[in-house]
Design a protein around this ligand. Structure first.
Ligand code: ZN
Length: 159
């Protein structure tokens, strides 16, 4: 898609409706599209954001540190295991969450404690959803990963 504002513009691989909802990550101002990418329309801000391979990189360089804390817990329950069950293949679609909430509602209504399923993002990973908070015990902090985005066109530093 090519948005226009009277001059040549960068190319954005997002629907126009999505582009119209984008806002400056620094101040929340309206974003204007030009040849370089997006530019904040707020005169006090004016930050620019590149478009890489059609994707706007909307990262505030003054607030570009993200930390993910991992938590561990024990579960004491019989869970529905949907590994290797073709009936639930659509629930494991990495591009859609349309089917999985329906399965969760159905199992919850049947009294299920939760679901064990293969990760769709990590080949050897296993995921778990527990419907009953009382079955989650011994919660503790695991590892922590920090992503620092120094330059919008480069991968983040991970520590
Ligand atoms: Zn701004």
């Amino acid at each position: 898609m090519m948005a226009t504002n009277g001059a040549s513009t960068a190319s954005v691989a997002l629907p126009a409706r999505v582009v119209s909802l984008l806002a400056c990550p620094a101040c929340g101002g309206k974003l204007l599209l030009d040849m370089e990418g997006f530019r904040c329309a707020e005169s006090k801000c004016g930050q620019t954001f590149p478009i890489v391979n059609g994707i706007p990189i909307l990262i505030d360089p003054n607030s570009s540190l993200f930390t993910f804390d991992d938590y561990l817990a024990d579960f004491r329950a019989d869970l529905h295991d949907i590994h290797r069950d073709a009936a639930y293949a659509e629930c494991l679609n990495p591009n859609s969450y349309a089917s999985s909430p329906r399965l969760a509602r159905e199992l919850l209504a049947l009294g299920s404690a939760g679901i064990v399923y293969p990760s769709v993002r990590r080949a050897s990973g296993t995921c778990l959803v527990c419907f009953r908070p009382a079955l989650v015990t011994h919660v503790r902090q695991g590892g922590s990963v920090t992503f620092t985005f120094c330059d919008p066109s480069s991968p983040p530093l991970i520590s």
